[in-house]
Write a protein that binds this ligand. Structure first.
Ligand SMILES: [Zn+2]
Length: 87
């Protein structure tokens, strides 16, 4: 981690870890707009997070299917089994 990139509060020098919060967590001073994320940036972060969790959910859903045989193979096996049982 590059700690020199961490912005600090201009009033008390407290390191700003949560740049989504518009005030210093130590002294409560208002932080300059250049230090905190704008509402648009925060919105974009939210979208990114939602997309990431969606992709994660999709991955966990798709995994069981990728392990099993493709649907076409399943169908042919199923019809073969049905033919055997119907006899
Ligand atoms: Zn401060």
């Amino acid at each position: 981690m590059d700690t020199s990139a961490t912005p600090v509060c201009p009033d008390c020098g407290f390191r700003i870890y949560n740049r989504r919060f518009p005030n210093c967590e130590a002294c409560g001073a208002g932080l300059p707009e250049s230090l905190v994320y704008s509402p648009i940036e925060r919105f974009e972060f939210q979208l990114e997070e939602e997309e990431r969790s969606l992709a994660k959910a999709r991955r966990t859903v798709q995994q069981p299917f990728s392990i099993t045989t493709p649907g076409s193979l399943d169908d042919s096996v199923l019809s073969a089994v049905l033919e055997l049982t119907e006899r």
